[in-house]
Each structure stands twice: as structure tokens, then as C-alpha cells.
Design a binder for this molecule. Structure first.
Ligand code: G
Ligand code: G
Ligand code: MN
Ligand code: NA
Length: 253
């Protein structure tokens, strides 16, 4: 209950922030974009992570409001950075519950249109369970999102129950190979084989592939040699508040 009250208050009076984790081109190391990760800031300045407050938002009926705040803030930041000459594709996470809300796509389309976002400047990350639950309905929602110029990434790929035939029928742009495999690439041959197979599958389906949770140069090299396109993880950078992200970005050029 304390967390629910805190979240409600944060939505009204600015107690939420987005932190940004860079995504880079795996060959050149040049920044491409960033994943926006929500943070709840307590009165004592303490940061609470989404793993704790997203489930609360879902059960308290606040996930729609939270998701719309995230989308609007990400779009505002994208446009502000573009004004300063920084072209950052911002990825936002959408929970399965939010994805299935009746006018989700329409509302997101309105938010994107209001903020002066470039086509493909915003990307939506969805998990397998969000899209595989009802594939026909998902295809319709995804096509609507794409008509607004939003790109679609399948997040945490490999941890859900994707049907491979459905995978090819969904209008996706990107696959994000889940960090549970990536983090074990160096020490576990099975994880290495799975990561490799997922990259091959993504390439066969003409999708961009992002390796997430990359924590070493060795892992990054492995993914690059297997044809992975983009890299994300602590080896590249931790998630950062916007001001730090700007410093990081400028240092890459
Ligand atoms: O930043 P990290 O611990 O902090 O994120 C934990 C999980 O929370 C990840 O699975 C991430 O996708 C999810 N997450 C982060 N930000 C958001 C958000 O704004 N909305 C939703 N639905 N999930 C988020
Ligand atoms: O589920 P999702 O992919 O949206 O999760 C993003 C989460 O993963 C964030 O909490 C982020 O802080 C975390 N994360 C990002 N890179 C790494 C990494 O290299 N190692 C670990 N352990 N966590 C990471
Ligand atoms: Mn994500
Ligand atoms: Na992920």
C-alpha cells in the first residue's frame, strides 16, 4: 500500500524519472539509441526500481497512466535531444497489460504526434507473452503502431513461449536476445549455442538483433562474430539519468 500511494503521488507531482541505457552499433561502437527505464524517486531521494513498482502499478490499475507518462516523457526527451543535435532512438517498455488496453495504440499515436518525434524515433519493446497471447489481435495493434512511425522490438526473446510460425507473421523490426543467455555466453556452451541460434533466426527473418546484458568485451566479440547488429549492457554503459547520458553521448563523438 505504501508503494501504491507513493506511485499515485509520483504520477501527480513528478516523482518519476526515466534513466537511459545506451544501445550501440556492435561494429563501430557508435550510439544508436537508448532504452528508457522508469525510476520512482522516494522522498528520501532513494530510487525504487521498476521490478518492484511495475507489478504494483498493474494490480492498482495505474499501469495505463504510468505507461502514458513514460511515453510522453520519452517523446519529449527525444525531441529535446534532436534539437540539440543528438539523434537518439528511444525504446520504451510496454507491459502486456498495457498493450492489451483497448485504445493503447491510438493513445500512443496521439502522444508521438504531439511531441515532434521523427519517424522511427520511438521504439516499443514488448515481451513474448504480450504478443503471443492473441496473435491476430497483436498483429492489428502492431500494424497500428507502425502506421504512427513507431518501431517494434521483441524484448527478453527466448524466455517466453514464442511460436516460431507466429514470430514470422508478426510485424516486428527487432529482436532483443535476452540477457539470461547473453550473460552466460562465456561459461555455458548451451547458452552460447542458444544465443547463436537466436541470432541466426532473427537474421533469417530480416530482423535487427540486439544483444542485451553484455558485461564483457569477450561476449560482445562473440555476438558480433555471429552477426548480432547492436549491443546493450553494462560493458557499454549502465542506465544513466539524462544529464549523464548526454555526457556519455558527447564522449562517443
Ligand atoms: O531498469 P531495470 O531494473 O531496472 O528494469 C527492470 C524491468 O522493468 C525490465 O524488465 C524493464 O523492461 C522493466 N521496465 C523498466 N521501465 C519500464 C517501464 O517504463 N514500463 C514497463 N512496463 N516496464 C519497465
Ligand atoms: O527486461 P528488460 O530488458 O527491459 O531489462 C532491462 C534491465 O536489465 C534493466 O534493469 C537494466 O538495468 C538491466 N541490465 C541492463 N544491462 C545489464 C547487464 O549488462 N547486466 C545486468 N545484470 N543487468 C543489466
Ligand atoms: Mn526492455
Ligand atoms: Na530485455
Amino acid at each position: 500500500y505504501a508503494l501504491e500511494a507513493m506511485l499515485k503521488e509520483a504520477l501527480q507531482s513528478g516523482g518519476l524519472e526515466l534513466h537511459y541505457q545506451p544501445v550501440v552499433d556492435i561494429k563501430s561502437g557508435k550510439p544508436i539509441g537508448a532504452e528508457a527505464l522508469a525510476r520512482l524517486i522516494g522522498h528520501d531521494g532513494r530510487t525504487i526500481n521498476p521490478a518492484r513498482f511495475i507489478p504494483v502499478a498493474e494490480s492498482a490499475g495505474l499501469i495505463g497512466a504510468l505507461g502514458e507518462w513514460v511515453a510522453a516523457e520519452a517523446c519529449r526527451q527525444h525531441a529535446a535531444w534532436l534539437n540539440e543535435g543528438m539523434r537518439v532512438v528511444i525504446a520504451i517498455n510496454v507491459s502486456p497489460l498495457q498493450f492489451r488496453q483497448r485504445d493503447f495504440a491510438q493513445r500512443l499515436g496521439t502522444i508521438v504526434a504531439e511531441q515532434g518525434v521523427e519517424p522511427h524515433g520511438i521504439q516499443v519493446e514488448l515481451t513474448e507473452s504480450a504478443v503471443m497471447d492473441n496473435v491476430d489481435e497483436a498483429i492489428e495493434i502492431l500494424n497500428q503502431l507502425k502506421s504512427f512511425g513507431v518501431k517494434i522490438a521483441l524484448d527478453d526473446f527466448g524466455t517466453g513461449y514464442s511460436s516460431l510460425s507466429s514470430l514470422s507473421s508478426l510485424p516486428l523490426d527487432k529482436l532483443k536476445v535476452d540477457q539470461s543467455f547473453v550473460r552466460r555466453i562465456e561459461r555455458d556452451p548451451a547458452s552460447r549455442a542458444i544465443a547463436r541460434a537466436m541470432i541466426a533466426l532473427g537474421r533469417a527473418l530480416n530482423l535487427e538483433i540486439v544483444g542485451e546484458g553484455i558485461e564483457s568485451e569477450h561476449t560482445l566479440e562473440y555476438l558480433r562474430s555471429e552477426g548480432c547488429d547492436q549491443a546493450q549492457g553494462f560493458w557499454v554503459s549502465h542506465p544513466m539519468p539524462p544529464s549523464e547520458f548526454v555526457q556519455w553521448y558527447r564522449n562517443q563523438h
